[in-house]
Design a binder for this molecule. Structure first.
Ligand code: 3DU
Length: 233
């Protein structure tokens, strides 16, 4: 049973960037609160961050952000898409609850993304470029390059790019330079950690294949092993 708290000692602290050790981020979309906390405890020392999305926040409460933040860096995947004032209010509340990062949409425009960066107050803002599901090619893919450039210009910490289309991760890398690339779509959606990481992703985001497994720690270890064996191209 993992006991180490990665946020203490040499781990990451509030307001610092998330660590980069395993290059795996858990997407904790488990809606049974007790099981969600159990999974988080099982894997907190293995993954670099835990990403929380609406399913778990709505099934429990925003307090879950704070609880998870005692175990790990927490990224709030709220895909915020609104006018600058509302974006700013949402990001501030997420940060107040303990978020180390917040994911926002970029199609709202640079004023909204800049508002997010400002409200994050040193925490990290990640901008969605091209989404990983099949529908992601309809509207997000044609705009992805320009969204990625805008993320750089607005001072975001990174972008979200699809592990289901690793060649698109490579294309995004050429645009964003040193910005972080977080790549969802591994496992349940058909993408692989090794191809996303070898094409330039800094982290892979993995949900169902870890939290839905009978033994989440073993499932996480398998992804971590795959990530460890993969180097950047
Ligand atoms: O498919 P999984 O169960 O591994 O979960 C992926 C997570 O990443 C999930 O929370 C989803 O909302 C998020 N995500 C994508 O899957 C694709 C995107 O383009 C952006 C976020």
């Amino acid at each position: 049973m993992p006991t180490a708290n990665p946020k203490s000692g040499t781990g990451v602290g509030i307001g610092e960037n998330m660590r980069k050790e395993s290059r795996v981020i858990l997407a904790l979309d488990e809606v049974r609160e007790e099981r969600a906390l159990w999974v988080a405890e099982q894997v907190a020392d293995l993954v670099d961050a835990i990403k929380i999305n609406w399913p778990l926040v709505l099934a429990s409460s925003p307090e879950m952000i704070t609880k998870l933040s005692r175990l790990s860096s927490v990224i709030c995947d709220f895909k915020v898409a609104d006018i600058p004032n509302t974006v700013s209010l949402i990001v501030s509340q997420a940060v107040r609850r303990g978020a180390d990062g917040v994911i926002v949409h970029g199609f709202t425009g640079s004023d909204s993304v800049k508002a997010a960066v400002q409200a994050a107050d040193g925490r990290q803002i990640f901008v969605v470029t091209e989404m990983s599901h099949p529908g992601g090619v309809e509207y997000t893919a044609p705009a992805a390059e320009s969204l990625a450039r805008m993320a750089v210009d607005c001072g975001a910490s990174g972008i979200i790019a699809p592990a289901t289309r690793p060649e698109r991760v490579a294309a995004m890398r050429r645009i964003v330079g040193d910005l972080l690339i977080l790549s969802p779509g591994v496992g349940a959606q058909g993408g692989s950690a090794s191809s996303a990481l070898s094409k330039g992703a800094d982290y892979v985001i993995v949900g169902r294949s870890i939290y839905g497994a009978e033994a989440p720690r073993e499932a996480a270890m398998q992804v971590v092993r795959e990530a460890r064996e993969t180097s950047h191209q």
